[in-house]
Write a protein that binds this ligand. Structure first.
Ligand SMILES: [Zn+2]
Ligand SMILES: [Zn+2]
Length: 1094
C-alpha cells in the first residue's frame, strides 16, 4: 500500500513538473475532458495494478462467480451436511457433470419443495393459479418468469415450467464465461475419488528405443536391475504410424492420433487436446521443441514449463556423437534442481502434489537412424541414457529427501527397424519397453527368467498398450484422466488398498463413459431420426441406470461390486466409442465401393462400345434409343441426387460428403449404356458362343487383381498371379504353338520371380556378391545373344554392324561396372577412402549406358536387349543385394513373354528378329492390307496382355520390397556414385533406381503392342479396370487397421488408384521415346534435308 501511495505521489510530482515547463494551462473540469486529452498521469506500475483489478472484476462478472458462490453456499446450508468440504467437492463434480450434459441437475429446490410452494399459493386446491400469483411465486423462488398470456394457469404446467426454468438458469450459471463451442465439443474431465499413490512422477521418454534393444542387451544395466528387482517392466505396443508425434500423444494424451495428422504438419498442432501434463498441477519438460510443443499449446496457463532445444542446431549435428543430445537434457535437469534449492517460488511449486517431470531423450533415435540399432555406437548411446536416468533419479530423490513419494517411468514412443527406420508396423517398430519403479508400484516376487528375453524376470513383466500409460500416470497422481484418452487402466501394476483401487477404477470408467456420452450426443443431435441407430448395448437408459447404481455402490462402499461394474462401464464405453466414431464409416464404405463399381462399369461400357462399333458397319449405327426409358432413368438419378443432398445437408455432414454421395450416382448414370449398344452387344455375344470361357477368364483376372491388391500388405501374394501366368500355357490351346525351350523357360522364370517375393526386403543386409553374380549371369545371356543372334545377322547384311558394336560396348561397360562395384564396396567395408576416379567413371557409365538405346536400330529384339542391358547396368551400380538378380530374372521373363505373344500371332514364315519398332512400315502395311477396318477391335487376348502388364508393373515395384529403401537413405546404397551424405542426390538416385525396372517392363510391353497391333488407349482402360478391382480390395483391407480408417474410406483411395494408371501411361510415354527414337535416323534426315538445299 505504501509503495502504491509513493508511486501515486511520484506521479503527481511528475505532473507538476510538466506543468512548470508547459505554457499557462487552462483548467477545466475533468469530466469535460475527453479520455484522450487527459495527460497520462497514471504511472505504469499503478496502471498494471488497475488493469489487474479490472481484469479480475471482468473475470468474476463474466463467470458470475459471486452468484455461483451464493448458490453453492445456499446448497451447503440447505442440505445441512456434516462434512461441508467433501459435500462441496461432490457438489462441484455434480455441477461439472451436469454442465457436460449428463446426470441430474443439482438444483436448489427439489420437486417436493416446489410442490410445497405451489400448494402454499393454492391452499384451496383449485388446480390453477392466477398470473399475479405466478409472478409472486417466481419472485419468491428468485427465478425469472416468461410471461403467461392466460389468466388461469394450471398448477401442473406451472410445476413443469418452474422445474425447467430452474434447470436452465442453473446451466447458464454454470457455463457462464465458457465459449459455447468449447463447452459443447469438450468432454468434462472427471475428478478422481481415490488417493494418489505418489506426489510426483518422472517420465523418461527414450525416443526410438525398441523393446528388443532393452530386453536382449545388457547395455541398460541400471534399468534392467530396477525392472527385475523392485520395479515392473513390460512391452508397450504402439500403433502405426510409428512416428514420434503419435507415439508421444498416445503415451501422454492416451489416444492414437489419426495418421492424417502427420500430413497436417509435424510442428503445428491440428487439434488442442487434453493431456496428463495439462491435468497436472505443474509439469516441467526438457526436450526437442517439436515434441514438447505438442503439449504446450491450447489451454496451458502457466503450469507447464518448457526447456527446449533445436536438435537440428549445428552444435549437435557437426559431431556424430549422439550422446550430446541427451547430455543437454540431463545437464539442464541437474541445473534446474540445483537452482531450485535457492529459488523459493520454484521450490514451492516443486513441493506441491500432482506434478510431472518429463525428459525427452532424442539421442537414441538419432543414433538408431545414423548407426542402426545393433551397432556399438547405438549401444553406447543407450548406455549413456541408462547412466543419465540413474543420475536424475538420484538428484530427484535427494531433492525430496527420499520421501518415497516419487514414481519413475521409462518408456519409448516407437521402436526402430534393424536398418534404422520407423513408421510402419514391423514388430521392432511397434514394440517398445517400459519400466516403472518408485512409489506405488505393485511389487512382484522373484521368479524364472522370461524365455523371450535375455535375463529379464518373468514375474515382473506386464504387457500393455501404449495408450494405457495415460490412465496409469493419471491414477498414480490422482488427476483426471485426459478427456480423449481411450487407454485401459492397468491397475494391477499399482499397489493400492481395495477401496482406493475401486475408486480409481471407477473414476477411470467415468471418464470413458462421459467421453462416450459426448460422442453419442454429437452423433444423435445431427442424425436424421429416421435413419439413426443408437448403440443398443449402452443406451441412454442403461447408461443412466448403471451410473446411478455405481454411484450408490461407491457411497455404500461395496468396492468389489464397484470394480466389477466399473469394468463393465469401461468395456461398454470403449465399444460404444468405436461404434460412434465409425458411425458413418459403413455407409461411406458402401458409397466408395459403389463409386469404384460405377467407374469399372463405365470403363466396360467404353470397351463394349468400341467392340460393337468396330464390328458393325457404320450403316447400322442408326440411333433408335427409346426416349421414354432414358427419361425414366434420368428422373431416377435426379431424384437420387436430391435425396443425397438432403441427407448430407440435414445431418450437417462435412462438405466432402456431398462428393461421396454424388460421385457414385454420377458414375452409374454414365455407366448405363444406351439401349442400342445393349442390343448389339447381345447379338454379338450370342453369335460368339464362348460365354463359359469368358466367365472363367473374368474370374481369373478378378482373383488375380485381388491378389495383387493384397500384395501391398503381403508381398508373397504376388506369387499367386505369377503362378497363374506360369501355368497359363498348359491350360489353354496355345501350348501347341510354343516350342519346348519356351515351355520350360517361361514357367521356370515365373517360379523364380515369385521366389523373390518371399525373400526379405532389400536393404537389411548387404551382399555385394549377389550383385556380381547377377551381372555375370546377364553377361552370359549377352554373349549367347551376340553369338547366336547378332553374328548370323551381321554375316548376312552389312548394315547390322552398329548393332554388334553396340552390344560389344555394352558388354565392356557391364564388365567395367562390375569391377567398379566390387572395388568401391571393398573400400567402403574397409573404411579406406573411396576412389574419386571410380566415382566419376560410375557417373559416366550410367549416363552413357542410358543414352545408348537411342543409337540402336529399330529391330525389335535388338532394341529391347539394348534397353534392358542399359537399365541393368545402371541398376547394378545402385544395388547392394539380391535386387540385381531380381531384375535379371524379370528381364528374362518379360522377353519370354514377348516371344510367346509373337508365337501366338501365327505369322508363319515371319521371324521375330525381322519385326521392328518402325511405325511407318506397319502403317503402310495396314493401308495396303485393308482400307475399311478403322481399328482392330478388343479381344480377350488384350485382357490377358493388360493383366500381364499390370502384374509386371506391380512386380517391378514390390518384387524386392522397395518401400524399405525409399524410407531410409543411406550412403551405402549409392557408394558407387557419392560418399558424402547428400540427401537430395541420394534420394534422386534411389528414386531413379526404383523407376528403372518399370521402364524395362514398359518397353517390352510396347514391343508386345507393336507385334499385336493392340489399340493402346483401350489397353490402358483395361489396366485401369484391373487397378480399380485392386482398389476395392484395398479399401476393404485397409479399413480394418485402426487409425487408417479415416483415410481408407475417403475419396483419396479412389484417387490414388487412378493416379497409378496415370503413372502407367506416363512410363509408357517414356518407353515410347526409348523404343521409337533413333539418333541415326534423325541425323540422316537432317543430313538429307541439308543436301536438298545445297
Ligand atoms: Zn521418435
Ligand atoms: Zn526417428
Amino acid at each position: 500500500m505504501d509503495e502504491e501511495a509513493e508511486e501515486a505521489l511520484e506521479g503527481s510530482t511528475d505532473y507538476k513538473d510538466g506543468m512548470k515547463h508547459a505554457p499557462e494551462p487552462i483548467f477545466l473540469c475533468k469530466c469535460l475532458l475527453s479520455d484522450d486529452t487527459i495527460p497520462p498521469v497514471i504511472p505504469p506500475r499503478k496502471l498494471r495494478i488497475l488493469n489487474a483489478v479490472d481484469d479480475t472484476e471482468t473475470y468474476l462478472r463474466d463467470r458470475r462467480i459471486p452468484e455461483l458462490m451464493r448458490f453453492l453456499l445456499t446448497k451447503v446450508l440447505s442440505d445441512g451436511s456434516n462434512d461441508p468440504t467433501s459435500y462441496l467437492k461432490e457438489l462441484l463434480d455434480h455441477c461439472m457433470l451436469f454442465r457436460a450434459g449428463h446426470g441430474t441437475a443439482p438444483v436448489l429446490y427439489e420437486d417436493k419443495h416446489l410442490e410445497a410452494v405451489i400448494k402454499s399459493f393454492d391452499p384451496g386446491r383449485r388446480g390453477w393459479l392466477s398470473s399475479g400469483q405466478v409472478r409472486r411465486l417466481y419472485a419468491t423462488l428468485g427465478l425469472t418468469l416468461d410471461e403467461y398470456c392466460h389468466e388461469k394457469i394450471s398448477t401442473a404446467i406451472i410445476f413443469k415450467d418452474i422445474k425447467r426454468t430452474q434447470e436452465s438458469e442453473l446451466l447458464s450459471l454454470l457455463s457462464a464465461g465458457i465459449p459455447v463451442e468449447e463447452s459443447y465439443s469438450n468432454v468434462a474431465s472427471y475428478q478422481p475419488h481415490h488417493e494418489s499413490v505418489a506426489d510426483r512422477l518422472v517420465l523418461f521418454m527414450v525416443d526410438g528405443l525398441r523393446a528388443e534393444s532393452f530386453v536382449n542387451y545388457t547395455t541398460m544395466p541400471y534399468l534392467r536391475s530396477v525392472a527385475n528387482n523392485y520395479g515392473r517392466w513390460g512391452i508397450s505396443s504402439t500403433q502405426v504410424p510409428t512416428e514420434s508425434r503419435p507415439g508421444h500423444v498416445a503415451v501422454i494424451a492416451g489416444f492414437y492420433e489419426d495418421p492424417s495428422a502427420i500430413m497436417k504438419g509435424w510442428k503445428e498442432n491440428p487439434v488442442d487436446f487434453d493431456s496428463v501434463f495439462n491435468q497436472s498441477a505443474y509439469t516441467w519438460c526438457w526436450g526437442t521443441y517439436d515434441i514438447v510443443d505438442i503439449f504446450t499449446k491450447g489451454t496451458v496457463d502457466n503450469h507447464i514449463f518448457v526447456h527446449k532445444f533445436d536438435p537440428y542446431d549445428n552444435t549437435f549435428s557437426t559431431d556424430k556423437n549422439t550422446t550430446l543430445l541427451d547430455s543437454w537434457v540431463f545437464e539442464n535437469v541437474r541445473n534446474f534442481f540445483y537452482k531450485a534449492k535457492s529459488d523459493d517460488a520454484v521450490q514451492e511449486k516443486m513441493r506441491s502434489k500432482k506434478i510431472i517431470y518429463f525428459l525427452h531423450l532424442l539421442g537414441t533415435d538419432t543414433s538408431g537412424h545414423t548407426h542402426k540399432p545393433k551397432t556399438q555406437n547405438f549401444l553406447t548411446t543407450v548406455r549413456h541414457v541408462d547412466q543419465g536416468i540413474k543420475d536424475v533419479e538420484k538428484i530427484v530423490r535427494e531433492f525430496y529427501n527420499d520421501d518415497g513419494k516419487t514414481t519413475f517411468l521409462m518408456t519409448s514412443d516407437h521402436g526402430m527397424t534393424d536398418w534404422g527406420s520407423h513408421g510402419s508396423g514391423d514388430d521392432h517398430e511397434t514394440q517398445t519397453p517400459f519400466v516403472m519403479w518408485g512409489a506405488g508400484v505393485q511389487q512382484a516376487k522373484e521368479g524364472p527368467e522370461d524365455s523371450y528375453t535375455k535375463g529379464m524376470s518373468f514375474n515382473h513383466r506386464f504387457d500393455i498398450k501404449q495408450a494405457d500409460l495415460t490412465p496409469l500416470m493419471s491414477t498414480i497422481l490422482s488427476i483426471p484422466v485426459p478427456v480423449n484418452s481411450i487407454g485401459k487402466l492397468p491397475v494391477d501394476l499399482l499397489n493400492m488398498t481395495l477401496p482406493n483401487r475401486a475408486k480409481a477404477v471407477y473414476s477411470h470408467s467415468r471418464q470413458l463413459a462421459s467421453q462416450y456420452n459426448r460422442k453419442k450426443l454429437e452423433v444423435e443431435t445431427n442424425a436424421i431420426s429416421l435413419l439413426y441407430k443408437p448403440f443398443e448395448p449402452f443406451s441412454t437408459k442403461k447408461y443412466e441406470e448403471i451410473i446411478e447404481f455405481t454411484e450408490k455402490l461407491l457411497l455404500s462402499g461395496e468396492y468389489e461390486e464397484l470394480i466389477r461394474f466399473s469394468e463393465e462401464i469401461t468395456q461398454l464405453s470403449l465399444a460404444g466409442l468405436t461404434y460412434y466414431q465409425n458411425y458413418y464409416q459403413r455407409p461411406l464404405l458402401i458409397l466408395v465401393t459403389m463409386s469404384f463399381i460405377g467407374w469399372i462399369l463405365y470403363l466396360l461400357k467404353v470397351l463394349l462400345e468400341q467392340k460393337v462399333n468396330a464390328q458393325v458397319e457404320p450403316v447400322n449405327l442408326k440411333r433408335f434409343s427409346i426416349l421414354g426409358s432414358h427419361l425414366l432413368s434420368n428422373m431416377v438419378f435426379l431424384l437420387l441426387c436430391f435425396l443425397s443432398f438432403y441427407i448430407v445437408f440435414a445431418q450437417k455432414l462435412p462438405i466432402q460428403y456431398y462428393i461421396h454421395f454424388l460421385m457414385p450416382i454420377f458414375l452409374w448414370w454414365n455407366a448405363i449404356p444406351s439401349p442400342d449398344v445393349w442390343s448389339k452387344a447381345n447379338r454379338l455375344f450370342r453369335r460368339s458362343q464362348k460365354i463359359n470361357g469368358v466367365w472363367i477368364e473374368v474370374l481369373c483376372y478378378g482373383l488375380g487383381s485381388m491378389a495383387m491388391g493384397l500384395s501391398f500388405t503381403y508381398r508373397w501374394m504376388l506369387s499367386i498371379p505369377l503362378m497363374g501366368m506360369g501355368l497359363w500355357p498348359f491350360f489353354s490351346s496355345i501350348r501347341n504353338c510354343l516350342t519346348t525351350p519356351i515351355l520350360i523357360m517361361w514357367p521356370a522364370s515365373c517360379a523364380m520371380l515369385s521366389f523373390f517375393s518371399f525373400v526379405p526386403v532389400v536393404g537389411k543386409d548387404v551382399l555385394i556378391e549377389l550383385v556380381i553374380v547377377a551381372g555375370l549371369l546377364w553377361l552370359v545371356v549377352m554373349t549367347i545373344y551376340v553369338l547366336r543372334v547378332l553374328l548370323p545377322l551381321y554375316n548376312g547384311r552389312e548394315e547390322n554392324r552398329t548393332e554388334v558394336v553396340l552390344a560389344v560396348i555394352q558388354i565392356a561397360l557391364l564388365i567395367f561396372s562390375l569391377h567398379n562395384i566390387y572395388v568401391q564396396s571393398r573400400r567402403f567395408d574397409q573404411g579406406t577412402p573411396v576412389s574419386y576416379f571410380y566415382q566419376v567413371m560410375s557417373w559416366v557409365t550410367a549416363v552413357v549406358s542410358l543414352a545408348l538405346p537411342v543409337a540402336s536400330s529399330k529391330r525389335l529384339v535388338c532394341r529391347l536387349m539394348t534397353i534392358n542391358t542399359s537399365i541393368l547396368i545402371f541398376y547394378l551400380l545402385l544395388s547392394v543385394a539380391h535386387e540385381g538378380l531380381f531384375l535379371v530374372t524379370l528381364n528374362f521373363n518379360v522377353m519370354c513373354w514377348v516371344l510367346i505373344e509373337f508365337r501366338l500371332l501365327h505369322l508363319g514364315r515371319v521371324r521375330i528378329i525381322d519385326c521392328t519398332f518402325d511405325k511407318s512400315s506397319v502403317e503402310e502395311d495396314k493401308t495396303k492390307r485393308s482400307l475399311t477396318s478403322i481399328e482392330r477391335s478388343i479381344s480377350s487376348d488384350d485382357f490377358r496382355r493388360a493383366f500381364f502388364f499390370l502384374a509386371y508393373v506391380i512386380l517391378a515395384f514390390f518384387g524386392t520390397g522397395n518401400i524399405a529403401s525409399l524410407n531410409s537413405f543411406e550412403v551405402r546404397w549409392v557408394t558407387c556414385f557419392i560418399t558424402s551424405f547428400q540427401p537430395f542426390i541420394i534420394t534422386g538416385l534411389i528414386l531413379l533406381k526404383t523407376l528403372t525396372p518399370f521402364l524395362s517392363v514398359a518397353c517390352c510391353f510396347r514391343g508386345v503392342q507393336y507385334l499385336t497391333e493392340a489399340p493402346t488407349g483401350y489397353l490402358h482402360i483395361i489396366v485401369l479396370i484391373y487397378s480399380n478391382i485392386m482398389g476395392i480390395q484395398l479399401l476393404y483391407y485397409v479399413r480394418n487397421t485402426g487409425s487408417w480408417l479415416e483415410i481408407g474410406t475417403s475419396i483419396s483411395q479412389f484417387v490414388i488408384v487412378q493416379v497409378i494408371t496415370l503413372f502407367i501411361v506416363l512410363i509408357n510415354q517414356m518407353a515410347k521415346v526409348m523404343t521409337d527414337f533413333n539418333v541415326f535416323n534423325v541425323v540422316n534426315k537432317l543430313f538429307k534435308s541439308r543436301k536438298k538445299y545445297v
